[in-house]
Design a protein around this ligand. Structure first.
Ligand SMILES: Nc1ncnc2c1ncn2[C@@H]1O[C@H](COP(=O)(O)OP(=O)(O)O)[C@@H](O)[C@H]1O
Ligand SMILES: [Mg+2]
Length: 375
Protein backbone atom coordinates (compact mmCIF):
# COMPACT_ATOMS: atom_id res chain seq x y z
CA UNK A 1 0.00 0.00 0.00
CA UNK A 2 1.74 3.17 -1.16
CA UNK A 3 -1.10 5.30 -2.58
CA UNK A 4 -3.83 7.35 -0.97
CA UNK A 5 -7.04 8.17 -2.79
CA UNK A 6 -8.38 11.69 -2.37
CA UNK A 7 -11.87 11.44 -0.81
CA UNK A 8 -12.91 14.58 -2.69
CA UNK A 9 -11.67 14.18 -6.28
CA UNK A 10 -10.47 10.55 -6.42
CA UNK A 11 -6.89 11.54 -7.35
CA UNK A 12 -4.14 9.13 -6.26
CA UNK A 13 -1.61 10.70 -3.90
CA UNK A 14 1.54 9.49 -2.22
CA UNK A 15 1.43 8.01 1.25
CA UNK A 16 3.10 10.99 2.93
CA UNK A 17 1.03 13.72 1.23
CA UNK A 18 -1.19 15.69 3.56
CA UNK A 19 -3.31 17.45 0.97
CA UNK A 20 -4.42 16.33 -2.47
CA UNK A 21 -2.06 17.48 -5.20
CA UNK A 22 -5.07 18.06 -7.50
CA UNK A 23 -7.77 19.68 -5.34
CA UNK A 24 -5.84 20.44 -2.16
CA UNK A 25 -8.40 18.67 0.06
CA UNK A 26 -7.28 17.09 3.31
CA UNK A 27 -6.48 13.42 2.62
CA UNK A 28 -7.13 12.34 6.20
CA UNK A 29 -10.84 11.64 6.44
CA UNK A 30 -12.54 12.64 9.70
CA UNK A 31 -9.03 12.95 11.22
CA UNK A 32 -8.71 9.18 11.22
CA UNK A 33 -8.88 7.38 7.88
CA UNK A 34 -6.94 7.18 4.62
CA UNK A 35 -8.61 5.63 1.56
CA UNK A 36 -6.24 3.20 -0.15
CA UNK A 37 -8.19 1.17 -2.72
CA UNK A 38 -11.59 1.14 -4.46
CA UNK A 39 -13.33 -2.21 -3.87
CA UNK A 40 -16.68 -1.59 -5.48
CA UNK A 41 -18.64 1.14 -7.20
CA UNK A 42 -22.40 1.10 -7.13
CA UNK A 43 -24.80 3.73 -5.82
CA UNK A 44 -22.20 3.99 -3.08
CA UNK A 45 -18.44 3.47 -3.40
CA UNK A 46 -16.66 0.92 -1.22
CA UNK A 47 -13.03 1.58 -0.26
CA UNK A 48 -10.39 -0.28 1.61
CA UNK A 49 -8.87 2.17 4.09
CA UNK A 50 -6.42 2.38 6.90
CA UNK A 51 -6.95 4.01 10.29
CA UNK A 52 -4.51 5.90 12.51
CA UNK A 53 -3.45 2.67 14.23
CA UNK A 54 -2.52 1.28 10.79
CA UNK A 55 -5.43 -1.13 10.91
CA UNK A 56 -7.28 -1.93 7.67
CA UNK A 57 -10.94 -0.91 7.60
CA UNK A 58 -13.65 -0.74 4.93
CA UNK A 59 -15.36 2.57 4.19
CA UNK A 60 -18.58 2.87 2.24
CA UNK A 61 -19.22 6.33 0.84
CA UNK A 62 -22.49 7.79 -0.32
CA UNK A 63 -22.05 10.93 -2.35
CA UNK A 64 -25.05 13.18 -2.80
CA UNK A 65 -23.88 14.43 -6.18
CA UNK A 66 -26.55 13.84 -8.87
CA UNK A 67 -28.30 11.05 -7.05
CA UNK A 68 -31.84 10.12 -6.26
CA UNK A 69 -30.85 11.51 -2.90
CA UNK A 70 -33.71 10.49 -0.70
CA UNK A 71 -33.96 6.84 -1.69
CA UNK A 72 -30.20 6.30 -1.57
CA UNK A 73 -29.82 8.13 1.71
CA UNK A 74 -32.68 6.11 3.18
CA UNK A 75 -31.03 2.81 2.14
CA UNK A 76 -27.59 3.94 3.28
CA UNK A 77 -28.83 5.09 6.68
CA UNK A 78 -30.66 1.82 6.98
CA UNK A 79 -27.35 0.00 6.42
CA UNK A 80 -25.68 2.10 9.12
CA UNK A 81 -28.47 1.63 11.63
CA UNK A 82 -28.79 -2.10 11.05
CA UNK A 83 -25.07 -2.83 11.06
CA UNK A 84 -24.60 -0.87 14.28
CA UNK A 85 -27.07 -3.05 16.15
CA UNK A 86 -25.87 -6.41 14.85
CA UNK A 87 -23.40 -8.55 16.73
CA UNK A 88 -22.44 -11.71 14.90
CA UNK A 89 -19.03 -13.22 14.17
CA UNK A 90 -19.98 -13.62 10.51
CA UNK A 91 -21.13 -10.04 9.95
CA UNK A 92 -18.57 -7.16 9.82
CA UNK A 93 -18.43 -5.04 12.98
CA UNK A 94 -19.73 -1.50 12.66
CA UNK A 95 -16.96 0.97 13.57
CA UNK A 96 -18.00 4.50 12.70
CA UNK A 97 -20.19 6.76 10.58
CA UNK A 98 -19.94 10.44 9.74
CA UNK A 99 -20.84 13.16 7.23
CA UNK A 100 -18.14 15.16 5.41
CA UNK A 101 -18.48 18.24 3.23
CA UNK A 102 -21.32 20.60 2.48
CA UNK A 103 -23.94 21.12 -0.24
CA UNK A 104 -23.05 19.30 -3.44
CA UNK A 105 -19.94 17.90 -1.77
CA UNK A 106 -21.80 16.32 1.12
CA UNK A 107 -20.83 12.68 1.64
CA UNK A 108 -21.92 10.12 4.17
CA UNK A 109 -19.47 7.42 5.31
CA UNK A 110 -19.91 4.08 6.99
CA UNK A 111 -16.77 2.49 8.46
CA UNK A 112 -16.70 -1.22 9.22
CA UNK A 113 -14.38 -4.08 10.00
CA UNK A 114 -12.26 -5.26 7.06
CA UNK A 115 -12.82 -8.91 6.28
CA UNK A 116 -9.76 -10.54 4.73
CA UNK A 117 -10.58 -12.85 1.86
CA UNK A 118 -12.37 -12.88 -1.47
CA UNK A 119 -16.06 -12.69 -2.23
CA UNK A 120 -17.65 -15.80 -3.73
CA UNK A 121 -18.15 -14.13 -7.11
CA UNK A 122 -14.41 -13.56 -7.35
CA UNK A 123 -13.79 -17.15 -6.23
CA UNK A 124 -16.26 -18.48 -8.80
CA UNK A 125 -14.33 -16.76 -11.58
CA UNK A 126 -11.36 -18.99 -10.70
CA UNK A 127 -13.01 -22.33 -10.03
CA UNK A 128 -16.36 -24.10 -9.71
CA UNK A 129 -17.86 -25.30 -6.44
CA UNK A 130 -18.94 -28.90 -5.86
CA UNK A 131 -22.32 -29.79 -4.35
CA UNK A 132 -20.96 -30.54 -0.86
CA UNK A 133 -19.19 -27.18 -0.72
CA UNK A 134 -22.27 -25.33 -1.99
CA UNK A 135 -24.50 -27.02 0.60
CA UNK A 136 -22.06 -26.09 3.37
CA UNK A 137 -21.99 -22.46 2.18
CA UNK A 138 -25.80 -22.37 2.04
CA UNK A 139 -26.03 -23.85 5.53
CA UNK A 140 -23.76 -21.17 6.97
CA UNK A 141 -25.63 -18.36 5.26
CA UNK A 142 -28.91 -19.89 6.47
CA UNK A 143 -27.58 -19.76 10.03
CA UNK A 144 -26.71 -16.04 9.61
CA UNK A 145 -30.22 -15.50 8.20
CA UNK A 146 -31.63 -17.30 11.21
CA UNK A 147 -29.92 -14.69 13.39
CA UNK A 148 -31.15 -11.76 11.28
CA UNK A 149 -34.69 -13.12 11.10
CA UNK A 150 -34.81 -13.64 14.85
CA UNK A 151 -35.13 -9.88 15.42
CA UNK A 152 -38.55 -8.38 16.00
CA UNK A 153 -39.47 -7.32 13.39
CA UNK A 154 -37.21 -9.65 11.38
CA UNK A 155 -34.26 -8.10 9.54
CA UNK A 156 -34.44 -9.07 5.87
CA UNK A 157 -31.12 -8.85 4.04
CA UNK A 158 -32.72 -8.58 0.57
CA UNK A 159 -29.47 -8.94 -1.38
CA UNK A 160 -28.10 -12.43 -0.78
CA UNK A 161 -25.74 -13.24 -3.67
CA UNK A 162 -22.16 -14.49 -4.17
CA UNK A 163 -20.54 -11.03 -4.28
CA UNK A 164 -22.01 -10.28 -0.84
CA UNK A 165 -20.42 -13.31 0.80
CA UNK A 166 -16.70 -13.16 1.67
CA UNK A 167 -14.69 -16.31 2.29
CA UNK A 168 -11.49 -15.98 4.29
CA UNK A 169 -8.38 -18.11 3.73
CA UNK A 170 -9.49 -20.32 6.60
CA UNK A 171 -12.88 -20.90 4.93
CA UNK A 172 -14.87 -18.66 7.28
CA UNK A 173 -17.81 -16.97 5.56
CA UNK A 174 -19.00 -13.43 6.24
CA UNK A 175 -22.19 -11.84 4.97
CA UNK A 176 -21.78 -8.21 3.89
CA UNK A 177 -23.72 -5.40 2.20
CA UNK A 178 -26.63 -4.48 4.38
CA UNK A 179 -27.57 -1.58 2.10
CA UNK A 180 -30.77 -3.23 0.96
CA UNK A 181 -31.67 -4.52 4.35
CA UNK A 182 -35.21 -4.08 5.52
CA UNK A 183 -37.36 -4.78 8.48
CA UNK A 184 -40.74 -6.14 7.53
CA UNK A 185 -42.90 -3.20 8.36
CA UNK A 186 -45.27 -2.63 5.51
CA UNK A 187 -45.81 1.08 5.20
CA UNK A 188 -48.66 2.35 3.02
CA UNK A 189 -48.00 1.51 -0.59
CA UNK A 190 -45.18 -0.97 -0.06
CA UNK A 191 -41.53 -0.31 0.37
CA UNK A 192 -38.48 0.86 -1.54
CA UNK A 193 -37.46 -1.80 -4.02
CA UNK A 194 -33.91 -2.92 -3.45
CA UNK A 195 -31.93 -6.01 -4.31
CA UNK A 196 -30.44 -7.52 -7.45
CA UNK A 197 -32.66 -8.58 -10.36
CA UNK A 198 -32.17 -12.27 -11.04
CA UNK A 199 -31.58 -13.06 -7.38
CA UNK A 200 -34.83 -11.42 -6.28
CA UNK A 201 -37.91 -13.45 -5.45
CA UNK A 202 -41.07 -12.60 -7.45
CA UNK A 203 -42.73 -10.89 -4.45
CA UNK A 204 -39.61 -8.75 -3.85
CA UNK A 205 -39.75 -7.51 -7.45
CA UNK A 206 -43.31 -6.43 -6.66
CA UNK A 207 -42.06 -4.51 -3.62
CA UNK A 208 -42.85 -6.93 -0.79
CA UNK A 209 -40.01 -8.69 0.95
CA UNK A 210 -40.14 -11.18 3.76
CA UNK A 211 -37.98 -13.93 5.25
CA UNK A 212 -38.87 -16.23 2.37
CA UNK A 213 -37.46 -13.67 -0.10
CA UNK A 214 -34.01 -14.23 1.46
CA UNK A 215 -34.45 -18.01 1.12
CA UNK A 216 -35.23 -17.58 -2.58
CA UNK A 217 -32.05 -15.51 -3.11
CA UNK A 218 -30.09 -18.12 -1.18
CA UNK A 219 -31.47 -20.75 -3.58
CA UNK A 220 -30.40 -18.68 -6.62
CA UNK A 221 -26.98 -18.18 -4.98
CA UNK A 222 -26.62 -21.97 -4.63
CA UNK A 223 -27.55 -22.51 -8.29
CA UNK A 224 -25.11 -19.81 -9.45
CA UNK A 225 -22.30 -21.39 -7.42
CA UNK A 226 -23.08 -24.82 -8.86
CA UNK A 227 -23.46 -23.77 -12.50
CA UNK A 228 -20.94 -20.93 -12.60
CA UNK A 229 -23.59 -18.95 -14.49
CA UNK A 230 -25.22 -15.67 -13.47
CA UNK A 231 -29.05 -15.71 -13.24
CA UNK A 232 -29.44 -13.59 -16.38
CA UNK A 233 -27.83 -16.42 -18.38
CA UNK A 234 -30.48 -18.84 -17.07
CA UNK A 235 -33.60 -16.69 -17.07
CA UNK A 236 -36.21 -17.48 -19.72
CA UNK A 237 -39.07 -15.01 -19.76
CA UNK A 238 -39.40 -14.36 -16.06
CA UNK A 239 -38.48 -17.88 -14.89
CA UNK A 240 -35.08 -19.07 -13.77
CA UNK A 241 -34.74 -22.19 -15.91
CA UNK A 242 -31.76 -23.59 -14.00
CA UNK A 243 -32.54 -27.25 -14.73
CA UNK A 244 -31.40 -26.70 -18.31
CA UNK A 245 -27.95 -25.82 -17.01
CA UNK A 246 -27.26 -28.47 -14.39
CA UNK A 247 -28.45 -31.99 -13.58
CA UNK A 248 -28.65 -32.65 -9.86
CA UNK A 249 -29.50 -35.69 -7.77
CA UNK A 250 -33.27 -35.89 -7.27
CA UNK A 251 -33.39 -34.88 -3.61
CA UNK A 252 -31.06 -31.93 -4.26
CA UNK A 253 -33.25 -30.84 -7.16
CA UNK A 254 -36.31 -30.99 -4.87
CA UNK A 255 -34.50 -28.92 -2.25
CA UNK A 256 -33.82 -26.15 -4.79
CA UNK A 257 -37.40 -26.40 -6.08
CA UNK A 258 -38.57 -25.85 -2.51
CA UNK A 259 -36.34 -22.76 -2.11
CA UNK A 260 -37.27 -21.34 -5.50
CA UNK A 261 -41.07 -21.65 -5.36
CA UNK A 262 -42.64 -18.60 -7.02
CA UNK A 263 -45.30 -18.40 -4.33
CA UNK A 264 -43.56 -17.54 -1.06
CA UNK A 265 -46.34 -19.25 0.91
CA UNK A 266 -45.31 -22.58 -0.65
CA UNK A 267 -41.60 -21.86 -0.22
CA UNK A 268 -39.43 -23.22 2.59
CA UNK A 269 -40.60 -21.37 5.69
CA UNK A 270 -37.64 -21.02 8.04
CA UNK A 271 -33.84 -20.85 8.07
CA UNK A 272 -33.81 -23.73 10.55
CA UNK A 273 -35.66 -25.90 8.04
CA UNK A 274 -32.98 -25.11 5.45
CA UNK A 275 -30.27 -26.06 7.96
CA UNK A 276 -32.04 -29.33 8.85
CA UNK A 277 -32.55 -30.36 5.23
CA UNK A 278 -28.93 -29.54 4.33
CA UNK A 279 -27.69 -31.57 7.32
CA UNK A 280 -29.72 -34.50 6.09
CA UNK A 281 -28.60 -34.07 2.48
CA UNK A 282 -24.94 -33.98 3.54
CA UNK A 283 -25.40 -36.97 5.84
CA UNK A 284 -27.25 -38.91 3.16
CA UNK A 285 -24.70 -38.19 0.48
CA UNK A 286 -23.16 -41.49 1.58
CA UNK A 287 -26.35 -43.17 2.67
CA UNK A 288 -27.45 -45.71 0.08
CA UNK A 289 -30.89 -46.06 1.57
CA UNK A 290 -32.03 -42.70 0.27
CA UNK A 291 -31.56 -43.86 -3.30
CA UNK A 292 -34.79 -45.80 -3.04
CA UNK A 293 -36.43 -42.46 -2.83
CA UNK A 294 -39.37 -41.98 -5.18
CA UNK A 295 -39.04 -39.60 -8.10
CA UNK A 296 -41.95 -37.48 -6.99
CA UNK A 297 -41.44 -33.76 -7.45
CA UNK A 298 -43.09 -32.34 -4.36
CA UNK A 299 -41.51 -30.73 -1.33
CA UNK A 300 -43.65 -33.03 0.85
CA UNK A 301 -41.95 -35.93 -0.84
CA UNK A 302 -38.54 -34.39 -0.07
CA UNK A 303 -39.43 -34.12 3.60
CA UNK A 304 -40.85 -37.64 3.62
CA UNK A 305 -37.73 -38.95 1.95
CA UNK A 306 -35.42 -37.28 4.43
CA UNK A 307 -37.43 -38.71 7.33
CA UNK A 308 -37.44 -42.10 5.62
CA UNK A 309 -33.64 -42.08 5.64
CA UNK A 310 -33.69 -42.07 9.45
CA UNK A 311 -36.40 -44.76 9.71
CA UNK A 312 -34.50 -47.04 7.34
CA UNK A 313 -31.40 -47.00 9.52
CA UNK A 314 -33.51 -48.07 12.52
CA UNK A 315 -35.16 -50.78 10.38
CA UNK A 316 -31.78 -52.16 9.38
CA UNK A 317 -30.69 -52.47 13.02
CA UNK A 318 -33.94 -54.32 13.84
CA UNK A 319 -33.37 -56.68 10.88
CA UNK A 320 -29.83 -57.52 12.01
CA UNK A 321 -31.06 -58.25 15.56
CA UNK A 322 -33.80 -60.50 14.14
CA UNK A 323 -31.34 -62.49 12.05
CA UNK A 324 -29.13 -63.10 15.08
CA UNK A 325 -32.17 -64.21 17.10
CA UNK A 326 -33.33 -66.62 14.36
CA UNK A 327 -29.88 -68.22 14.16
CA UNK A 328 -29.66 -68.49 17.95
CA UNK A 329 -33.13 -70.07 18.10
CA UNK A 330 -32.30 -72.56 15.34
CA UNK A 331 -29.11 -73.61 17.12
CA UNK A 332 -30.98 -73.92 20.44
CA UNK A 333 -33.61 -76.19 18.87
CA UNK A 334 -30.96 -78.36 17.25
CA UNK A 335 -28.84 -78.73 20.36
CA UNK A 336 -31.53 -79.07 23.02
CA UNK A 337 -34.21 -81.17 21.36
CA UNK A 338 -34.05 -84.93 21.70
CA UNK A 339 -34.65 -85.94 18.09
CA UNK A 340 -33.32 -88.92 16.26
CA UNK A 341 -29.97 -88.41 14.65
CA UNK A 342 -31.38 -88.07 11.10
CA UNK A 343 -33.90 -85.36 12.11
CA UNK A 344 -31.12 -83.60 14.05
CA UNK A 345 -28.88 -83.57 10.96
CA UNK A 346 -31.76 -82.38 8.74
CA UNK A 347 -32.61 -79.59 11.19
CA UNK A 348 -28.95 -78.56 11.36
CA UNK A 349 -28.76 -78.36 7.56
CA UNK A 350 -32.08 -76.46 7.52
CA UNK A 351 -30.89 -73.92 10.14
CA UNK A 352 -27.60 -73.54 8.31
CA UNK A 353 -29.35 -72.91 4.96
CA UNK A 354 -31.79 -70.38 6.45
CA UNK A 355 -28.91 -68.44 8.04
CA UNK A 356 -26.94 -68.58 4.78
CA UNK A 357 -29.88 -67.28 2.72
CA UNK A 358 -30.54 -64.41 5.17
CA UNK A 359 -26.86 -63.39 5.29
CA UNK A 360 -26.49 -63.59 1.49
CA UNK A 361 -29.64 -61.54 1.04
CA UNK A 362 -28.28 -58.65 3.11
CA UNK A 363 -24.81 -58.88 1.55
CA UNK A 364 -26.15 -58.78 -2.02
CA UNK A 365 -28.57 -55.97 -1.22
CA UNK A 366 -25.74 -53.86 0.21
CA UNK A 367 -23.59 -54.49 -2.87
CA UNK A 368 -26.42 -53.60 -5.24
CA UNK A 369 -26.98 -50.30 -3.46
CA UNK A 370 -23.25 -49.56 -3.53
CA UNK A 371 -22.99 -49.94 -7.27
CA UNK A 372 -26.22 -47.93 -7.75
CA UNK A 373 -24.70 -45.08 -5.72
CA UNK A 374 -21.43 -45.09 -7.67
CA UNK A 375 -23.22 -44.96 -11.03
N1 LIG B 1 -16.32 -5.40 5.33
C1 LIG B 1 -15.73 -5.74 4.21
N2 LIG B 1 -14.52 -6.38 4.24
C2 LIG B 1 -13.88 -6.71 3.08
N3 LIG B 1 -14.36 -6.49 1.86
C3 LIG B 1 -15.55 -5.84 1.75
C4 LIG B 1 -16.29 -5.45 2.91
N4 LIG B 1 -17.43 -4.84 2.51
C5 LIG B 1 -17.39 -4.86 1.16
N5 LIG B 1 -16.29 -5.45 0.69
C6 LIG B 1 -15.91 -5.69 -0.73
O1 LIG B 1 -16.40 -4.62 -1.51
C7 LIG B 1 -17.37 -5.08 -2.47
C8 LIG B 1 -18.52 -4.07 -2.57
O2 LIG B 1 -19.11 -3.88 -1.29
P1 LIG B 1 -20.67 -3.98 -1.01
O3 LIG B 1 -20.89 -3.66 0.41
O4 LIG B 1 -21.17 -5.30 -1.49
O5 LIG B 1 -21.24 -2.80 -1.89
P2 LIG B 1 -22.16 -2.72 -3.18
O6 LIG B 1 -23.36 -1.99 -2.71
O7 LIG B 1 -21.32 -1.96 -4.15
O8 LIG B 1 -22.48 -4.10 -3.65
C9 LIG B 1 -17.80 -6.46 -1.97
O9 LIG B 1 -18.22 -7.31 -3.00
C10 LIG B 1 -16.56 -6.96 -1.28
O10 LIG B 1 -15.69 -7.60 -2.20
MG1 LIG C 1 -22.64 -5.88 -2.80
Amino acid sequence: MNKIICPNCGMENLINDENCKQCNSNLLLNNKYHLTEIMGENISTTYKGIDKEQKFVVLKELSFRGLDKWKSEELFKREISVLSKLNHSQIPDFLDSFYIGKGRNLRLYLVMENIEGENLKQKLEKSRFDTTKVLKIMKEIASILKYLHSFTPPIIHRDIKPSNIIESNTGKLTLIDFGSVNTVIQKNGGETMAGTIGYMAPEQILGISNKQSDYYSLGVTGIVLLTGKEPEEMIEGIKLNWKKHIKLEVELELFFDYLLKDDFKLRISSAQEIIDIIDKLLEDKNDNELLEYKNDKSSESLKASLKKGKRKKTKLIIKVIMVILIIALALFIVIETDFTDTIKILLKIFAFLISLVVILYFLLKGMANDSKYKS
